[in-house]
Design a protein around this ligand. Structure first.
Ligand code: SF4
Length: 441
């Protein structure tokens, strides 16, 4: 009996002595045999925890559930597990029980920006739609720890229908991001139904799916799933690789199937202390991603969710990583480093400073090598006055009615047609949507 490698074979045999290669590659077998308790983890890995530590681990699992696929377990280096990136991302740590002063249960205020169950409407033209709250593996650094894995809040078909109804009745929504939990925990048929219903809505221009399956359970990317997804273009997929070692032969195969189906792939990495807080690891990761047709999209500063304090790094670590990427490697391999605003303001990009100074006709810049240079601005530039009447504008944009009704944020302060001299967040659409939610009055 040959499975993949010796380690996978050993794990499979410990799970079931009769396991064969097709079992290991069967995503349902993987799910059925996911490790959900400390004893099974100990039995399969040979790692033993002493009594006091074990009690703390049990306490942690009671608060934040444990689930590791046999596949992901096979990536753990048991000879140095305490420093292993896969162990740290999948196995509970008693540090999760520590609640720091600035920790929050819902740091991004998702519940406040939720007009109906499952929908988060934070940005002007797009929504996040939680269609599942279970995952094949529960990442210890998950920002939605409060909900993910809670079997009492699995969205039912009625909830999903209400979410679709909200999108149907909200014409500003042109982009829907299906998230969770992991949307690929749903069956192909159910997902097909959701995608079909969303695509019937004329103002939905694009659908995105956020999934960690290529990382934690690549066998979920079956030919059948891909054939179904292919019917629903334009469809984009974002996945979540945090470490270059996670890009294995199996995950490469999953990514290849998705990319060959014409699905643009992006990756969101979370900056995690002890896992990937190193410029060299990050550079290797982004190179491995683009080699496999995955565009590094975001590098996230770890959120202020409860139980994540041991994973957080100073923001300076992220800046240092960006400094080591920008200019040092291909531009399309560089993600945008973001802090998701506590309280729900959305993602805020942060990066090293390249603009050193400026005068009325020159800017002074520095490059990645430390070269300091000047860019001379034009002596004569005729600004185009914009009164938002695109029909009479000489730029001839012919926007077919796609013009935005009004400007938001700094854009408003910079505009010619708005007299605003300061920003009053209370008056924006997001705050209006929140105020319509009576349960928060
Ligand atoms: S796959 Fe995503 S939603 Fe699920 S536990 Fe991991 S980070 Fe959280």
């Amino acid at each position: 009996m040959v499975i993949y490698d010796e380690k996978q074979q050993e794990i499979a045999e410990k799970i079931n002595p009769k396991a064969i290669i097709s079992n290991w590659k069967d995503w349902k077998w993987q799910l059925k045999n996911s490790i959900k308790d400390i004893s099974t983890f100990e039995r399969l890995t040979g790692i033993k925890f002493e009594k006091k530590k074990r009690a703390l681990l049990e306490q942690t699992v009671a608060k934040f559930p444990l689930s590791i696929t046999p596949y992901y377990l096979s990536l753990i280096d048991t000879t140095d597990y305490k420093n292993d990136p896969f162990f740290l991302q999948s196995f509970p740590s008693p540090s999760e029980l520590i609640v720091e002063k600035y920790d929050m249960i819902d740091p991004l205020s998702e519940d406040r920006d939720s007009p109906v169950t499952g929908i988060i409407h934070r940005y002007p033209d797009r929504v996040l739609f939680h269609i599942s709250n279970i995952c094949s593996m529960y990442c210890r650094h998950c920002t939605r720890k409060r909900k993910v894995g809670d079997i009492d809040s699995i969205p039912g078909k009625d909830d999903i229908a209400k979410g679709i109804e909200y999108i149907r009745n909200t014409p500003v929504v042109r982009d829907v991001l299906l998230s969770g939990g992991d949307p690929f925990m749903l069956s192909d048929n159910y997902l097909d139904w959701i995608l079909t219903e969303l695509q019937k809505i004329p103002h939905v221009e694009v659908i995105r799916i956020g999934t960690r399956m290529p990382v934690v359970l690549p066998y979920r990317i079956t030919n059948e799933l891909v054939a179904m997804l292919k019917k629903h273009h334009p469809l984009w997929i974002n996945t979540h690789f945090n470490h270059p070692r996670a890009i294995t032969d199996s995950s490469i195969e999953a990514l290849r199937k998705l990319a060959d189906a014409g699905i643009p792939l992006g990756n969101q990495t979370v900056l995690l202390a002890g896992v990937n807080d190193c410029p060299r690891i990050m550079k290797r990761l982004v190179h491995r991603l683009v080699q496999n047709r995955v565009r590094p999209y975001y590098l996230y500063q770890c959120d202020l969710s409860e139980g994540l304090s041991h994973f957080r790094t100073p923001v300076g670590k992220g800046i240092e990583i960006m400094e080591s990427l920008i200019g040092h490697t291909s531009g399309f391999a560089v993600p945008t480093y973001v802090i998701d605003a506590p309280g729900g303001g959305g993602k805020i990009p942060v990066m090293p400073n390249y603009l050193i100074s400026w005068s009325t006709n020159k800017v002074v810049l520095r490059n990645y090598e430390g070269v300091i240079t000047t860019y001379k601005e034009p002596d004569s530039y005729e600004p185009i006055f914009c009164d938002r009447n695109c029909k009479s504008c000489k730029l001839q944009l012919k926007l077919d009615g796609a013009e935005e009704k009004h400007a938001i944020g700094i854009e408003k302060l910079l505009s010619d047609y708005d007299d605003a001299i300061s920003l009053i967040p209370e008056n924006n659409d997001r705050m209006d949507r929140r105020s319509e939610r009576k349960d928060y009055e």
